[in-house]
Design a protein around this ligand. Sequence first.
Ligand SMILES: *Cc1c(COP(=O)(O)O)cnc(C)c1O
Length: 400
Amino acid sequence: MTIDSATNYSFGTKAIHSGAPIDPTTGAVIEPISLSTTFAQSEPSKPLGIYEYSRSANPNRDNFEAAVASLENAKYAIALSSGSATTALVIQSLPIGSHMISGGDVYGGTHRYFTKVAKTHGINSTFVGDLASDLENNLKSETRLVWLETPSNPTLKITDISRVKEILNKHEESTGNRIILVVDNTFLSPYISNPLNFGADVVVHSVTKYINGHSDVVMGVLATNDVELHEKFRFLQNAIGSIPSPFDSWLAHRGLKTLHLRIKQSSESASKIASFLQSNENIIAVNYPGLKQHLNHDVVVKQHRDGLGGGMISFRIKGGAKGAAIFTSSTKLFTLAESLGGIESLIEVPAIMTHGGIPKEERELNGVYDDLIRVSVGIEDTEDLLRDIEQALKTVVSSI
Ligand SMILES: *Cc1c(COP(=O)(O)O)cnc(C)c1O
């Protein structure tokens, strides 16, 4: 069965059936992996089917893209070789001399691309602390794009997407300048939030994280409802060649089919862990969007499905850098490693791992202290995860 995209199915049904046709030649319920790089033609320039050459389009990539488009309520999606390639493609679509504005604590690789690569291609960026409040004063006549990550990484601050869109709409009305709003939705996944519904022009994901969800594929995707943007991105992708392999597309599509189950489980455990940490005397502060005490909980309730907080938590532990080092080396189920969004729980110290490249003062201005720990909650049993956190805390208390 291929589901009709016009029918209003719920998320889980779409995750299973979108872009999942029964193979017409064999009846295979799961699509075969289509490794062929080229496709036969009956006469010159008359392909037998819809495919010609696998860089331009491939059945596995098409099916994955159809599934993501359906889950993000988008007309179009384009899958790429990594989340970083997705960022690069979006920025390369801007004319030379463009200016862009980005939220301050974006993913490290995104920050690196904006400051070290985009700049050499004639694109200048301004970073602001809080887009909802600082955007207006930083808009220029050359501003063409706003990059927004919500929740932010690793302090999990939430930005009101529709508020940012309102500011951009007002600017367009008074100046005639259209500014594209891009939202990196990697941390929440399409199950918890659909940025296009709140006014984003483009949503991007590192598929490497929640969408694939099994820590075995590096891949990216973008989705939009704007046909002009879509065609520009598709043209660029084919010209540049930043495509995922058929096997990775197939694996990521398989991962996506259980996204709703995984992220619900992660969120439920994360919420319990965050509450436990919040009430513990050895913890200085907890950042978790699902907590009522979160600074922007009102936006969370509006922007996230069922007010879910997602699977990411960060918290400050007593004992400084040493406390953070002991804690993260003492957990048994949370593996000390970078990355996030997989079935297995991970833990890290941003100040010396994912965010180690940012100068200390700038880091601390964004709340990334030496004692900050970031956790990606996997889908192990909640009670086991809680017990692991408790025993690691005890180890810290007894050794400092
Ligand atoms: C990991 C990540 C990226 C980069 O994606 P890759 O697949 O590693 O290239 C971009 N944005 C966010 C929020 C990420 O977590």
